[in-house]
Design a binder for this molecule. Structure first.
Ligand SMILES: C[S@@+](CC[C@H](N)C(=O)[O-])C[C@H]1O[C@@H](n2cnc3c(N)ncnc32)[C@H](O)[C@@H]1O
Length: 233
């Protein structure tokens, strides 16, 4: 089918149901009034880039959501009492919840209103704000650690985000970012059409971005396409 040809009745429903979306999501798509050509981008937002709807609440509030990334990040940061973690793109707040359990203070930001609400429910005790990763609403040197789980992929200006992270980190503060390597493009870890709206980096490119943002002790641990970037201010 060419890009200009109208979709058949039911095409949108089929595509949405392939991502576990149901009647409420189909109705939301219809109500959006967007042209058919915008469906892939709308779907990307709905399920991952700015999650919303019942399914998003269920997925991002579930205990096992991205637990592989959460474990890797928490292990790398080794949070203790006295630490203050900032998480960018906190989704349903499970990493914030686990950070609090380690005795640290935890703050999260997300640009999805629904995820901010969910994170406040799932991680009571954390401070969660509606904000964009490119412009963090915090003073310089506010945090001892920064985390990003399965969100870096979506940033249009990754170096700007990393510079913001560096700015809000205290001297010697640490950062851990979990993202998806190019070799996983098109797999369930980064399926199309979502992959088309994201950005993949080789390990070397990721490290270069972090160093370019002024971070030091930069390392990338790539385990079967799951990349853990770590560094320090
Ligand atoms: C795929 S979800 C991951 C959520 C959570 N970190 C996890 O691992 O389950 C990506 C999250 O990042 C948020 N996000 C994406 N781009 C963002 C941006 N520029 N600023 C703030 N939040 C953003 C989305 O709203 C969404 O909640």
């Amino acid at each position: 089918m060419s890009a200009n040809e109208p979709r058949r009745e039911g095409d949108a429903e089929q595509k949405l149901s392939g991502f576990g979306l149901g009647a409420q999501d189909v109705a939301a798509w219809r109500e959006s009034g967007l042209p058919d050509s915008a469906l892939d981008e709308w779907l990307t937002d709905r399920v991952a880039r700015r999650p919303s709807g019942l399914r998003a609440r269920k997925v991002y509030g579930a205990d096992d959501v991205h637990d592989f990334a959460r474990r890797a990040i928490l292990q790398a940061l080794a949070l203790r009492r006295g630490d203050h973690l900032l998480e960018l793109g906190c989704g349903g707040g499970l990493l914030l919840r686990d950070a609090l359990a380690s005795g640290a203070w935890a703050t999260g930001i997300d640009h999805s209103e629904e995820m901010v609400r969910l994170a406040r429910e799932r991680a009571p005790g954390a401070e969660v704000q509606l904000a964009c990763a490119e412009q963090l609403p915090f003073a310089d040197a506010s945090f001892s650690a920064v985390a990003m789980s399965v969100v870096f992929f979506f940033f249009e200006r990754p170096e700007l985000v990393l510079r913001e992270c560096r700015r809000v980190l205290r001297a010697d503060g640490r950062i851990a970012v979990y993202t998806t390597a190019p070799e996983l493009r098109g797999t369930p870890a980064a399926p199309e059409p979502l992959a088309r709206f994201g950005h993949f980096y080789t390990d070397a490119q990721l490290a270069r971005l972090a160093r370019g943002a002024g971070l030091r002790d930069v390392a990338v641990d790539n385990r079967r396409g799951g990349q853990l970037l770590t560094g320090r201010r």
